[in-house]
Design a protein around this ligand. Sequence first.
Ligand code: ADP
Ligand code: MG
Length: 237
Amino acid sequence: DQDVADYRKSLAIRVSGFDVPKPVKTFEDCGFSPQLMNSIKKQGYEKPTSIQCQALPVVSSGRDIIGIAKTGSGKTAAFVLPMIVHIMDQPELEKEEGPIGVICAPTRELAHQIYLESKKFAKAYGIRVSAVYGGMSKLDQFKELKAGCEIVVATPGRLIDMLKMKALSMTRATYLVLDEADRMFDLGFEPQVQSIVGQIRPDRQTLLFSATMPRKVEKLAREILTDPVRVTVGEVG
Ligand code: ADP
Ligand code: MG
């Protein structure tokens, strides 16, 4: 409606896609559990950022998303919070112990940040988060993954290594996040990203975040996302 249209215009928010869920104005609007609301308040997050207002209802509804917004806009929580809900919604965990949420990020620093942000919200639910990136012992990572986890945060190269070593199975994976997709491509991870996506069931939910959308990233998005909602915040490319 007009209210929503004016608000988006004032923040340079552009949204496209069919049947786009209405944005939220508050975390209360998201229908999160009291426990998750508690964790959000504990972080000092009072209200959702612009990208979160648009993305949280889209992702919570199970839709694929392309989120384009500059660094510091709060993209991490936009995919971490619905991921926690997605995992809690799964039926009782079977023997199969592979991750449900798989997050790929371009560098170990970024992967580590996402790991920390995920842990903040996952802890209260006993959801296990594993970080998989270079600079740590492969054997230790192998053992940790073998023990099982619900979320894996990884750089593409090391995740491929772990998959080759059969440290984890992707059969449970239904929530895939490609964070900073443009940087992953800049760093030459396109083949690894393609390989990882190819190992996850096609009926997964896929989220792609990027600061810019070069042609190669557009092409990937067209290939791996299903009827995505596209949310752009700010004057970005
Ligand atoms: P991006 O991935 O878009 O670069 P981040 O997810 O790293 O941004 O978030 C940037 C900073 O904003 C982080 O310190 C994060 O803790 C904080 N943040 C995220 N969401 C909120 C919010 N709703 N309210 C206040 N701070 C937030
Ligand atoms: Mg980020």
